[in-house]
Design a protein around this ligand. Structure first.
Ligand code: 5GP
Length: 212
């Protein structure tokens, strides 16, 4: 069976990554969403094991020590990291694994797994981002401020991504993301073995004509 692709989705906080992930999972059955570990406190309505595995700082540092994470990073005073086991098992099962992670983690993934596809999601403007973050109402004003400052920093590493998607309309953006992940399966590196087999076949065919 073909292995799935590793897909990293980052973007400005408030750009709509979460909704995009939900849409992909609801519409198509080839995706698995990795659930990260974090030391931040659960927001209202968040469940341990659904949005995140919520950990204490000590627990998280133990996971780092035991090499249980594919990558991890610090973001606005908390640790966030991707557990290894789920990612490997889902890729082996042929699923396209979605990692909704921030830029430091994304760059580590690209370094370790050059075949991973990195997608950055943005709003059309900074004003739009600010109003979406405030409108969400899940964060205290000082956290919103920190996240907007962090967004400025994050935009500085964006050249490393393979694709930038503007989330103007969530359904259009979902389809675009799905299509480019499908296209990823057709990239040359994924099919080198097939070309090798065709070459072997062709050599054999040449031998046959030589004997006629
Ligand atoms: P939030 O606190 O809003 O849930 O997430 C804050 C940031 O951490 C988001 O940009 C999110 O994509 C990122 N994040 C979530 N999980 C991980 C992870 O496992 N690793 C890294 N590097 N970033 C993550």
């Amino acid at each position: 069976m073909n292995k799935g692709s590793l897909v990293v989705v980052s973007g400005f906080s408030g750009a709509g990554k979460g909704t995009l992930m939900k849409n992909l999972l609801a519409k198509y059955d080839n995706y698995a969403l990795s659930i990260s570990c974090t030391t931040r406190k659960p927001r209202e309505g968040e469940l341990d094991g659904r949005e995140y595995f919520f950990k204490t700082k000590e627990e998280f540092e133990e996971m780092i020590k035991n090499d249980e994470l594919v990558e991890y990073a610090q973001y606005v005073d908390n640790y966030y990291g991707t557990p290894k086991e789920f990612v490997w098992s889902q890729l082996d099962a042929g699923k396209d694994v979605l990692l909704e992670i921030e830029i430091q983690g994304a760059l580590k993934i690209k370094e370790k797994f050059p075949d991973a596809v990195l997608v950055f999601i943005t709003t059309p403007s900074g004003e739009e981002l600010k109003s979406r973050l405030i409108g969400r109402g899940t964060e205290a004003p000082e956290v919103v401020k920190k996240r907007l400052e962090r967004a400025v920093q994050e935009s500085e590493g964006v050249e490393a991504y393979d694709y930038i998607l503007i989330n103007d309309d969530i359904d259009t953006c979902t389809e675009k993301l799905h299509n480019l992940i499908r296209a990823q399966h057709e990239r040359a590196a994924q099919h080198i073995d097939i070309i090798e087999n065709v070459r072997k076949d062709l050599r054999r065919i040449e031998d046959v004509t030589a004997n006629i």
